[in-house]
Design a protein around this ligand. Structure first.
Ligand code: ADP
Length: 326
């Protein structure tokens, strides 16, 4: 088994708070273990363009608290072609890189899985997405920060909702997964939560709102996950307004502000743990694995297993509780 000599780290797909602490951990752990380390700018695109820079302890000073990713991220169609991946491999060879730490989501993991089957390079994936929808980790990087960002926004919306007896529909990110909407809804005391995983009819929603009004609630907040089948917050608001006009109705789309911001303490520690573990895994000869947190233990999962066939399910107790406590 050949020993890893030089690791490169990159971020790919959607950015998420916590990526910088992870980059920092990869660089510093590598240096500590006597390895060379480089950063690839703009994900797979940078691999193809040879946009690769050597890094040292100092290159990652003062980034722990920064949102986004200092290495930038990109979506790269060329990496999906054999020619693109060949160029990427040639550039890794030019830079003497034999190990990769890829921080990203499903798409990023598909990329390294394929690449490591085609070429002699060891790969470890770190789950970074605010959606928290990847198998192999209880939490993904960025989810905790995004949840805190959402509840901070909803707390502010609640102030005005309460002052004017208003009904607010707040749209939260999550095309396929309602994890962010569900946690944020519980943490912010939303009256109802519309999720991609659970069909809630407009009639049911109206009944819930009526029940709230009957309990003398003077405002209501409905969280709508962007992937909810009713078609987003504006649509839901319009349909509700047609039959339920107890409150003045407003819509807020939180949008990209959910991705930004300084990583929470949880995401800083998680990013650090995952980066540290990813380098140690490469040094131990592991490859084609993802790093994850399960029951507060860092675990490795086969990347194939992380990618295929596991439907991500929302916790039943949280679903039930969100209704009971609303
Ligand atoms: P995420 O990693 O957040 O899911 P994307 O789905 O956009 O984000 O994937 C990030 C990048 O990974 C893509 O732009 C592409 O370069 C690469 N990628 C995704 N799927 C594949 C694939 N099947 N084969 C090769 N590369 C892929």
């Amino acid at each position: 088994m050949s020993k890893i000599k030089k690791i490169a780290v990159f971020t790919s797909g959607g950015d998420a708070p916590g990526m910088n602490p992870c980059i920092r951990a990869v660089v510093r752990t590598s240096k500590y273990l006597g390895l060379e380390v480089a950063g690839i700018n703009q994900g797979y695109q940078g691999m193809i363009d040879n946009n690769i820079v050597d890094m040292d302890h100092h290159s990652v000073s003062n980034i722990l608290q920064l949102g986004g990713t200092i290495l930038k991220t990109a979506r790269c169609l060329d990496f999906k072609t054999p020619e693109g991946r060949k160029l990427a491999y040639d550039n890794l060879q030019k830079n003497n890189i034999d190990g990769l730490v890829a921080i990203g989501g499903d798409g990023t993991f598909n990329g390294i899985e394929l690449f490591s089957r085609e070429y002699d390079v060891k790969v470890i994936g770190v789950p970074g997405t605010i959606d928290n929808d990847l198998y192999g980790s209880d939490y993904t990087l960025g989810f905790d920060t995004a949840t805190n960002t959402v509840i901070e926004a909803i707390d502010k919306i609640r102030d005005t909702a309460e002052s004017h007896a208003r009904l607010f529909f707040v749209e939260v990110m999550g095309r396929d997964a309602g994890c962010l909407a569900l946690r944020a809804g519980i943490a912010a005391g939303a009256e109802a939560i519309m999720l991609p995983e659970k069909d809630t009819s407009i009639e049911e929603l109206i009944e819930t709102l009526k029940a709230g009004a009957a309990k003398n609630k003077s405002s209501a907040i409905v969280i709508v996950s962007e992937g909810d089948k009713s078609g987003g917050a504006f649509n839901v608001a319009k349909k509700v307004k047609e039959v339920f006009n107890f409150y003045d109705t407003k819509v807020t789309i939180l949008g990209h502000l959910q991705r930004g911001g300084s990583p929470s303490a949880f995401d800083r520690v998680l990013g650090s743990r995952m980066g540290f573990a990813a380098v140690k895994a490469l040094v131990a000869g592991e490859s084609r694995k993802t790093v994850g947190l399960r029951g507060n233990q860092i675990v490795l999962t086969d990347i194939k297993e992380a990618l295929c066939g596991h439907e991500f399910k929302l916790e039943e107790d949280l679903l039930e509780m969100s209704v009971v406590l609303a």
